[in-house]
Design a protein around this ligand. Structure first.
Ligand code: HDE
Length: 758
């Protein structure tokens, strides 16, 4: 009874309805004073999926919203409900407030094993952070296959329509340390661990489809160049410094990814609103042993949307956890982010005809050449229970592939196959990291690997070798039908250190990207270069980089040079004077415009500025219209507490002008009501709020008298071309419902870049 009462309590709270399933969660939200109730039992929410198709190896169907790991994680979960405090040896602790002393004012005693155990454990709470991608956030979810594709691959997740494969996905920045800001200009990691029936498959990708270098040999150099400079440890989570630009300007193969990294792609609005790419060409292998190349694409249902740089800089100070919070809150509120997995599949013969080399990770395969075929979707529907145990200890390894997925000869990929397993051994303290609950596969594990640091498995019997007769020959080889067999690609050439010819074309696809962007995207990209290069202390590096840009686009180079106050230099010599003619010179799929999303405004953050005397009815009409669309509305006032509306009703305030800065909102509603507008107009914060919203291209709605606040902040109503700005909406005597409708339509556009004049 107690448990069901607790469940009812949690169900009534505005949280992810899957959450009550967690042991102890109900008590955690509201622990009865002085009481410790039993934990709530897991609750499985209603299912909409064809989970009957989940395989028996994944231990039965996983209803959406339940922990994929019901089996194994359940065993590892700890819950202290109803328990007394103990030492790690299970000895009950009588006093957790005072150390053992010889007399109340006397010296502490060495004998205090309880204090020593507690402090010793604390001293060792941290593990080394990831050398790259240290800062990240993750969530549980599932992959659902749209249709069986056995003709392409025998990989387990793709064998039946509706099949569910549980997964865990971690997003990250690359350069910053674990505690660095979320909104740095950087590539984002996009790593997915599929717990398939046939073992774990890790698809360790990024939100940008190309990389800085072509060969693993250069990776430590790249990372040493981008990390804080070693003499003074600055700057944190930023590529805007000499060593990074020194390196990349000497490595023209980086030019293509620099286009992406200086574009809006490197400052996503949300992890939920970015694409993911496997980057390398991989192989798909079917049951018959036939293989084709594949590039993996994740496309977000919410569309691809970005911040603007000025906003990203300000958010960094005001909410360094911006992306972490966004992901967490979306999942808690039941708005599960979703991506479609698409495959670009092409044969070896096709690849040979391309003007670029598919083994070169600095090149894309334009979608005009090979379209992306949707094969399934990923839904993230459950936040981790514990950041350290899951998000921090999860170990993604490029080497984790399953039958049906194989590698290409991409020389960058080859280095990665080695690196990830190696790094986990030091980061997670030994070779048994696969036993950590978050890393353990759902598929059974049986082998003769034994012992080592932190071994958890208690292997029985005296046999730890194969072949054996004493254990009946077990575990035995699976054979080619079931086991992993590498694709038998013929190899017959000289051992060399070098690169194929087409790798030397460093500019064609950089130009393709730039030329495929919309004018505002191009402006942002040029401004990205301008900002970063303006931070350099060595002018020669700046000039060398601009000289490289001349090869991409003289127009871009001129814009950047102008912004830096230098003349456009002569182009850098090209490694390949006459590159192959590209198949496409513009691609509609490179601009973010190609990914507007589903047109919904769910989870968009809307600020409503209020003060005493607001017109409560108008505000309520707009608020309920927004909430009907699942936007997140926050009432912001000069101070916390309640605001008294003109009709005497009370409105509860959730944020203040001081603690809720404009940059963390997608749009703002300014209230009607003479007294409220008068009060807000007296505050510098109000003007700053409105000006920031406007400058960052966001949607503004002025109800009733609030048009005066727009006037006071100097907000133009027209775009530079003279047409009306669709993102500045005034009720101006009209009805609130119509204003709300226009506001919602404008908010669905994400931003209004046509307004930008700086
Ligand atoms: Fe990584 N990378 N990387 N990388 N990478 C790591 O593994 C490495 C590369 C990527 O959320 C490390 O567990 C080498 C490309 C992601 O835990 C390390 C090379 C792509 C993550 C490592 C590359 C990535 C990592 C650091 C060049 C996109 C975070 C800690 C040969 C396709 C995964 C760790 C997570 C993490 C090495 C290049 C993506 C050291 C040697 C290309 C998303 O093993």
């Amino acid at each position: 009874t107690q448990a069901s009462a607790a469940q009812a309590l949690v169900a009534s709270l505005p949280h992810n309805s899957n959450k009550p399933g967690e042991i102890g969660h109900a008590n955690a939200i509201s622990p009865p004073e002085g009481q410790h109730a039993d934990g709530a039992q897991p609750v499985v929410s209603a299912s909409t999926l064809s989970e009957a198709n989940a395989s028996d190896k994944t231990r039965g169907p996983h209803a959406p919203g339940t922990n994929a790991w019901q089996g194994d994680l359940e065993a590892a979960r700890a819950d202290a409900s109803g328990q007394v405090l103990t030492t790690n040896q299970g000895v009950a602790i009588a006093d957790n407030q005072n150390s053992l002393k010889a007399g109340l004012r006397g010296p502490a005693l060495l004998e205090d094993f309880i204090l020593r155990e507690k402090i010793t454990h604390f001293d060792h709470e941290r593990i080394p952070e990831r050398i790259v991608h240290a800062r990240g956030s993750a969530a549980h979810g599932f992959f659902e296959c749209y249709e069986a594709i056995p003709d392409l691959t025998k990989a387990a997740p793709f064998q039946a329509a509706g099949k569910i494969t549980p997964l865990f996905t971690r997003f990250s920045t690359v350069a910053g340390e674990r505690g660095s800001v979320d909104t740095a200009r950087d590539i984002r990691g996009f790593a997915v661990k599929f717990y398939t029936d046939e073992g774990n498959w890790d698809l360790v990708g990024n939100n940008i489809p190309v990389f800085f270098i072509q060969d693993a040999m250069k990776f430590p150099d790249l990372i040493h160049a981008v990390k804080p400079e070693p003499h003074h440890g600055m700057p944190q989570a930023a590529s805007a410094h000499d060593t990074f630009w020194d390196f990349v300007s000497l490595m023209p193969e980086s030019t293509h990814v620099l286009m992406w990294a200086m574009s809006d792609r490197a400052i996503p609005r949300s992890y939920r609103m970015m694409q993911g790419f496997g980057v390398h060409s991989y192989r798909l292998v079917n049951e018959q042993g036939q293989s084709q190349f594949v590039k993996f694409h994740w496309t977000p249902k919410l569309g691809v949307h970005s911040l603007v740089w000025d906003e990203a800089l300000k958010i960094a100070g005001m909410d360094p956890d911006f992306h972490r919070r966004d992901l967490w809150e979306a999942i808690e509120s039941g708005q599960y982010p979703e991506w479609e997995l698409g495959l670009q599949v092409f044969s070896e013969e096709q690849a040979e005809q391309f003007s670029f080399d598919v083994l070169d990770a600095t090149k894309i395969v334009p979608e005009e050449l090979v379209p992306v075929r949707p094969v399934g979707r990923m839904v993230l529907n459950r936040n981790p229970d514990n950041f350290f145990a899951e998000t921090e200890q999860v170990a993604f390894c490029v080497a984790h592939v399953v039958p049906g997925i194989d590698f290409s000869n991409d020389p960058l990929l080859a280095g990665r196959i080695h690196s990830y397993v190696d790094t986990q051994i030091s980061r997670l303290g030994g070779p048994n990291f696969h036993e950590l609950p978050i890393n353990a596969p759902l598929a059974p594990v049986a082998n003769n690997q034994r012992d080592g640091m932190h071994r958890r498995t208690v292997n029985r019997g005296r046999v730890a070798y194969e072949p054996n007769s004493l254990a009946g020959g077990c575990p035995f080889q699976a054979g080619a039908m079931k086991g992993f067999v590498s694709f038998p690609q013929p190899v017959q050439e000289d051992k060399v250190r070098g690169k194929p010819e087409k790798f030397a074309d460093h500019y064609t696809q950089a130009s393709l990207f730039f030329d495929s962007l919309t004018p505002p995207e191009q402006r942002h990209l040029a401004a990205g270069f301008r900002f970063e290069l303006s931070k350099l202390t060595v002018p020669a590096i700046r000039e060398r980089m601009v000289a490289s840009l001349v090869n991409v686009s003289p127009e871009l180079a001129a814009a950047v040079a102008e912004g830096l106050g230098i003349d456009v230099p002569a182009p850098l010599p090209r490694a390949l004077e006459t590159p192959a003619k590209p198949e496409v010179t513009q691609s509609a799929r490179l601009s973010q415009k190609a990914f507007p999303g589903d047109g919904r405004i769910a989870t968009r953050q809307v600020a409503m500025l209020v003060a005493d005397g607001v017109d409560g009815a108008a505000l309520a009409a707009v608020k309920s219209a927004l909430e009907a669309e699942q936007a997140a509305v926050t009432l912001i006032a000069p101070k916390l507490g309640n605001v008294i509306a003109a009709d005497g009703s009370k409105l509860a305030v959730r944020g203040t002008l001081e603690n809720s800065p404009p940059v963390v909102f997608d749009a703002v509603v300014l209230p009607a009501g003479e007294a409220a507008v008068g009060a807000l107009s007296q505050l510098g914060h109000t003007q700053e709020f409105i000006v920031n919203q406007y400058r960052h291209g966001k949607t503004l709605l002025a109800l009733g008298e609030a048009s005066a606040l727009l006037d006071q902040a100097g907000i133009p109503r027209n775009l530079p071309d003279g047409s009306a700005d669709p993102g500045v909406i005034e009720q101006a005597g009209g009805d609130a419902a119509a204003a709300a409708k226009a506001f919602i339509a404008a908010l669905a556009l994400h931003r209004h870049p046509a307004r930008e004049t700086d």
